[in-house]
Structure formats: C-alpha cells, structure tokens
Design a protein. Structure first.
Length: 128
C-alpha cells in the first residue's frame, strides 16, 4: 500500500504557527462610513452610471497596506481606495479607484461572464 503525504497536518492536529509578523490590520474598511470627501472622479462616474439607468451604491472607502506584487509583504505606506458597485437588471459592475487613478473595472451578468474593462472609456461604454 502506497502512503500519500499531504502538505497538511493530520486530522485533529493544529498547523504549526507561522514565524512572521502579522499583516497590519486595515486602517479603515469599506463597511465603515467614508472618512474623506468623495473624490471628483468617483462622484463623476457615479453620476454617469445613474444617468445610464444603473443603481449605484454609495461610494465606499478603504485604507490599508497592500501586499507587494512580488513578495507579498505589506507596503510601507497605506493606500486609499474607493469603490462603486452598480446594478441594472441582471447586470452588475464594479469600479475601483486606488490613490489618484482607476485600478480596475469589471462588468458581468447572468448572460455574460466577468468582463474586465481596461480603461475608463471602455467601462463607460459598457455601462451604456
């Protein structure tokens, strides 16, 4: 009989504790009321989406330390992000602004799988 060893502890045993510093907690989470004024680009996109017939959530703000792209350790400075969630019928969309630029746009529905828009112009076209 061949024994297979998995990288997990046997049932009933706790995994070994990690020997590293805990990741910093967020300074402000998106389930809290925003602490800063909504940036004009976020307010503008919200108004545009509403004019196109979308229901748009209140802008949400988060502030925290993002992982470094190559080694995953927390960055030195906290990053501020803003998000908008939108819905029109069975269609949904999300836009995220990180610092002073838009970082991601997604749209999907029960008819269309997740679609990433690469630019604000492309996203605005998808909202029409």
């Amino acid at each position: 009989m061949k024994v297979i060893h998995y990288p997990f502890p046997p049932p009933g045993e706790a995994p070994a504790a990690a020997d590293r510093e805990p990741y910093p907690a967020p300074l402000h989470t998106s389930d809290m009321e925003p602490k800063d004024q909504v940036p004009a680009p976020v307010a503008g996109l919200k108004a545009y989406a509403e004019a196109c017939g979308w229901r748009v959530s209140a802008p949400r703000q988060a502030i925290g330390f993002l992982p470094h792209a190559t080694h995953g350790t927390p960055g030195d400075e906290p990053k501020v992000s803003w998000s908008l969630r939108m819905m029109r019928g069975s269609r949904m969309a999300v836009a995220v602004r990180m610092g002073s630029s838009w970082s991601s746009f997604w749209a999907w529905s029960d008819q269309e799988f997740f679609r990433r828009c690469g630019t604000l112009a492309e996203f605005r076209e998808a909202l029409k």
